[in-house]
Structures are given as structure tokens and as C-alpha cells.
Design a protein around this ligand. Structure first.
Ligand code: A3P
Ligand code: MG
Ligand code: MG
Length: 388
């Protein structure tokens, strides 16, 4: 077993861990039925915030409660492991394989090489671990062909959630499900499903009546690096500003959409709470190279009040100059150190559990299976790799 202590935090101060700017090299869409389409951009959304077309209508940007009763919600208790990511990787490698058979690339260049493959959500948990006191997680990791694959331990997550839900709700409390809906409704009000130049006025104005369905997702898969570790990270991106550039190398103007309760003016406690929350906004966006975060502020009853666009890159300094709730550089230093321990521990056959309990300043990596790769790698992916 290995353990990484989060305290004392000072160990992770100073210095400059090298980081590689995330570059998209694969992508996929889940359609409205949550079916996977590797290398399809059909589920991309285009950022077009409400109120833009109607000058002076700032006072009523939208009621996020509208349509809750028709919400089509993805069943997120289903354990998808790394499937969408691995299927897309397989399609990518099969194309390279064809090229190698035609002699245009070498066979040894067909298999994508990297230290770590995982979902963005897992890396967000690691990147925020140092400063998020509510942070808790269970993940499974396995090593296969010199790459560590990390998935969420879904069973543990569902169990935690059920425990949370068994807590009796205060009478004046907004139901959890409704508050979650506000996030998706904000997305529906802020995007178009086609480039704005192709959208009709009706399509722009009718967004308030479209049925919200969170099955459709567009996911970007990037190569990146933190310290001495190379990573392939996949995650959902909410929208793009303008369009995706044709040139593969450029920064893609993705926009992460978030809702947050309007701040009470001059209330330090409220500001601190918001800036703590910004740690997650920053981490999520930083990992995929999402440059802009659009925050839809809302009243306690779910009415949009304003939208503020934040530059991901500027958030750490902004928070440092304000409440000092977290330090982005320390988060990156910690993540680099964690990844070193991970690489030294998750070796050879078997499955490891990466676990942090709420309130405990330690991440434990424990071997839980002595052989195989658990359910982390789907059989079709392994069969594909064996063929290469
Ligand atoms: P908000 O973030 O505006 O609350 P994402 O922000 O990752 O794009 O997710 C979109 C919405 O999904 C969120 O909107 C929230 O409603 C819901 N959501 C995301 N992660 C969640 C989580 N861990 N628990 C509950 N709801 C979540
Ligand atoms: Mg999202
Ligand atoms: Mg979002």
C-alpha cells in the first residue's frame, strides 16, 4: 500500500511543475439516446447566451425552473467504466493500423503511448484534493501495456449518494434534483445546437421551450502532461464560442457553463464559499484546456440574474489576490507528486483502489486484486490491442 499525505500543504508550495498545454487529438459524441459516436461532432453546442438578441432585457434572463417536469435525464447509475473513451481510442488506432499496413507509418507507432488514461472527472478530484475539504473518492486503477487506466468506482459513488439522499430534507430546502436541473436548463438557454450563423431567429428565441435532455454530450480527448507524467484525458465540453478551428494545434475556444447562487454584496463568507467553488471550475477547465468559464448567477429560487465570463488562466491569481482560498500552483505540484507515487505503485497485473475519505488528509493506494485488469478495460479493447 502507498499513502500520499495532503498535510502539511507547504510541501507543495513554490517551484514550477512543467505542464504541457492540452491538445485535442480525439473526440466523440453521445447522441440524445446516449449512444456513442466516435469522431462525430454532432453533439457540439455553440455558446450563445440568453438576452443577447434582445437588448435591455437583462432583468429577466430566464427562469431555470421552466420545463423541470419534462426533463429527460440520463441514468447516471449505469457504470460506463472507460468505455466511450476506449472505443474511440480503438477506432483511432485501427485507422493507424490500416496506415501501417499500407506502409505509411511504423507498426510500433500504432499503439498510443502515454502514462495515464482517465476521465477528466478523476483528475479533477486529484487536482482539487489539497484544498477541498469535502473531497472524497474511490477510483480503480490498473496497469496495461505500460499505461495506467483509472476509472471511477461507480458502486461506491452510488452508495454514497443514496446515503446522502436518506438525510431528511428541511422544509424550505430546494430538492437536489431541481437544483441539478437548473444547471442543465442554463446550458439549454445558453447554447445553440448549430452555429449561430445557421440558426434561425425562432431557434434562438424558442430555446426556453426546448425539452432539456442531458443524454447528448460532446467529449474532447486531449493529450497533456503534468510534471514527468503524460496523460490522455477525456471530458465533456459544454459549448464552443464561434466554432472549432480546423487547425488541430490551436487553442479551441471551449466554454464551460456553470450556475452559482448570486453573491450577497460585501459578504466575506459568501465570497469565500464562491471562491472555494471556483477551485472546481478552474480544475475542470484547466485539465482540458477550456479557456472560458461562463457563470450564470441565479437567485435562490433559480432565476438567472447575470452571466459573468471568467478566463480560466486568470482564476488562480484572482483568488490569490482575494480570499486566498486555494493556490493553483500548489494543486499542480501536488498532482505531479501524486502521479509519481501512482506510477511507482500501480505496476504489473492487478487492480488498485485509490481512496480518499471525506475529511481525511490522505489518499491511499491499495492493491485489491492480484491479477487481471478488473472491469476497467472492456474485453473488445484488450482483444484489439492483442491483435496489434
Ligand atoms: P452546474 O455546474 O451549473 O450546477 P458540468 O458543470 O460539469 O458541465 O455539469 C452540468 C450540470 O450537471 C451541473 O450544473 C449540475 O447541475 C450537474 N452536475 C454535474 N456534476 C454533478 C455532481 N457531481 N453532482 C450533482 N450534479 C452534478
Ligand atoms: Mg458539462
Ligand atoms: Mg458545465
Amino acid at each position: 500500500m502507498a499513502a500520499i499525505n495532503l498535510n502539511p500543504k507547504d510541501r507543495f508550495a513554490g517551484g514550477q511543475t512543467s505542464i504541457r498545454r492540452p491538445r485535442e487529438f480525439m473526440y466523440f459524441s453521445f447522441d440524445d439516446k446516449h449512444e456513442l459516436h466516435p469522431f462525430s461532432d454532432e453533439s457540439i453546442s455553440y455558446y450563445y447566451p440568453p438576452g443577447l438578441g434582445t437588448p435591455g432585457s437583462q432583468e429577466r434572463l430566464g427562469n431555470l425552473n421552466v420545463g423541470f417536469e419534462t426533463f429527460i435525464q440520463r441514468d447516471d447509475t449505469i457504470d460506463e467504466h472507460l468505455d466511450g473513451l476506449l472505443d474511440t481510442l480503438q477506432v483511432y488506432e485501427e485507422k493507424l493500423w490500416e496506415q501501417s499496413k499500407a506502409g505509411s507509418i511504423k507498426l510500433e507507432d500504432v499503439r498510443v503511448r502515454t502514462d495515464v488514461v482517465t476521465w477528466r472527472g478523476m483528475m479533477t478530484k486529484i487536482l482539487t484534493a489539497l484544498f477541498d475539504d469535502f473531497n472524497e473518492f474511490e477510483m480503480n486503477a490498473t496497469s496495461y501495456q505500460d499505461t495506467i487506466f483509472i476509472e471511477e468506482n461507480k458502486a461506491a459513488k452510488v452508495e454514497h449518494r443514496n446515503q446522502d439522499h436518506s438525510r431528511p430534507r428541511r422544509r424550505d430546502e430546494t430538492p437536489q434534483e431541481l437544483m441539478q436541473y437548473w444547471g442543465y436548463k442554463f446550458e439549454a438557454l445558453s447554447v445553440l445546437r448549430k452555429p449561430w450563423a445557421e440558426a434561425t431567429r425562432e431557434e434562438i428565441e424558442d430555446r426556453n421551450s426546448t425539452i432539456v435532455n442531458n443524454n447528448a454530450q460532446f467529449c474532447s480527448i486531449v493529450r497533456t502532461g503534468i510534471g514527468q507524467t503524460s496523460l490522455i484525458i477525456a471530458g465533456e465540453v459544454d459549448a464552443v464560442l464561434g466554432g472549432r478551428p480546423d487547425k488541430a494545434d490551436g487553442i479551441i475556444p471551449w466554454v464551460e457553463l456553470k450556475t452559482s447562487q448570486e453573491l450577497k454584496p460585501n459578504d466575506h463568507k459568501d465570497l469565500l464559499k464562491f471562491e472555494r467553488k471556483m477551485l472546481r471550475f478552474w480544475a475542470q477547465s484547466f485539465l482540458l484546456g477550456v479557456p472560458t468559464i461562463a457563470v450564470g448567477f441565479r437567485t435562490p429560487n433559480g432565476h438567472l440574474t447575470r452571466i459573468q465570463e471568467l478566463q480560466t488562466q486568470k482564476l488562480p491569481q484572482m483568488v490569490k489576490n482575494s480570499t486566498g482560498a486555494w493556490d493553483g500552483n500548489m494543486c499542480i505540484n501536488f498532482t505531479a507528486a501524486f502521479l509519481e507515487v501512482l506510477k511507482a505503485t500501480v505496476k504489473g497485473p492487478g487492480v488498485w483502489l485509490l481512496k480518499r475519505r471525506k475529511g481525511e488528509p490522505v489518499i491511499r493506494i491499495t492493491k485489491i486484486e492480484d491479477s487481471g485488469t478488473g472491469n476497467i478495460l472492456k474485453p473488445s479493447f484488450k482483444a484489439h490491442r492483442e491483435r496489434l
